[in-house]
Design a protein around this ligand. Structure first.
Ligand code: ADP
Length: 274
């Protein structure tokens, strides 16, 4: 169970990303966070793995309050799937997956690339699980397509048997077909292990399809919390009314953002404006 207790975040420049968020996410839930650009979705996710320290309030994971003291230990229970995959492109696919257990490997072993046979076997099993073939294992990550790279990112995230996976726009730079496959993969892998997932998304159709629960955010506040069935078109309009989709497109790396994703955003903007 993840608990946010009146969590707020104000940046040094005075801008407020989160305003007194209180939220409980039960174990094993696939929770999708929606909202316009700048709503605070990434900040919310990053407070869980300590990448962002709340200005006020606190976060508890299974009853343990996140603090600077125990942050390193609790971080090992949390893994992340990134929008731009964050792989080491010069390293092989298997080496990238093995970096998922760096925190559990001694420094000298990891420097020498000496991972235990059980970790190597686990990496192979996970790569098979995410749909990669043995021939991919020794390829450089740079030689894979975007969808394949995200599969490696998912295998890496699950290497440490995390209790929580944070997926920050995991399909923002993938086409719609691959996006669906990737979300299905995250959902299946998580549900087999009873892993809690917090996933920020911009694709409303995918959010409705995959989420157990939808959290709608705007200006650092939760404005919707319910099931996909409860998230009506009226709610959708309210959540995104006045959102600056152009800002969203320019804040992403344009090279990585595929045409289809832009079409998705345009389509959604039209849907909202209608
Ligand atoms: P979202 O993920 O919904 O697009 P973010 O959580 O990235 O929103 O950002 C929420 C707000 O916090 C925005 O106004 C953003 O500009 C601001 N923000 C995010 N990161 C920083 C930072 N490192 N320094 C200052 N402001 C930031």
């Amino acid at each position: 169970m993840i608990q946010f207790n009146n969590v707020g975040k104000t940046w040094d420049d005075g801008s407020c990303a989160l305003k007194s968020i209180s939220l409980s996410v039960p174990k094993g839930q696939f929770c999708v966070v929606l909202g316009p650009s700048g709503a605070g979705k990434s900040t919310l996710l990053r407070t869980i793995n300590g990448l962002c320290i709340p200005s006020i309030g606190h976060i508890m994971i299974d009853g343990d309050t996140l603090s600077q003291k125990n942050q390193q230990r609790l971080r090992q229970r949390v893994a992340m799937v990134h929008q731009h995959f964050n792989l080491s492109l010069r390293l092989s696919v298997s080496a990238n997956v093995l970096t998922g257990v760096l925190a559990q490997t001694s420094l000298w072993r990891s420097l020498l690339g000496w991972f235990s046979p059980s970790h190597r076997q686990k990496a192979c099993l996970l790569l098979e699980k995410v749909g990669l073939k043995p021939r991919h294992l020794q390829r450089r990550a740079s030689e894979l397509s975007g969808g394949q790279q995200q599969r490696v990112g998912i295998a890496r995230a699950f290497m440490s048997d995390p209790e929580i996976v944070l997926a920050d726009e995991p399909v923002a730079s993938l086409d719609p077909k691959i996006s669906r496959d990737i979300l299905q993969l995250i959902k299946d892998t998580a549900s087999e292990r009873n892993t809690t997932v917090l996933c920020s998304l911009h694709q409303i159709d995918l959010a409705r399809e995959f989420a157990d629960r939808l959290i709608g955010m705007r200006d650092g506040v939760i404005v919707f919390d319910g099931t996909p069935a409860e998230f009506t078109d009226e709610m959708l309009q309210k959540l995104y009314a006045g959102a600056h989709w152009d800002d969203e497109a320019t804040s992403n790396n344009q090279n990585d953002l595929e045409e289809s994703t832009r079409n998705n955003i345009t389509h959604l903007a039209q849907q909202v404006a209608a």
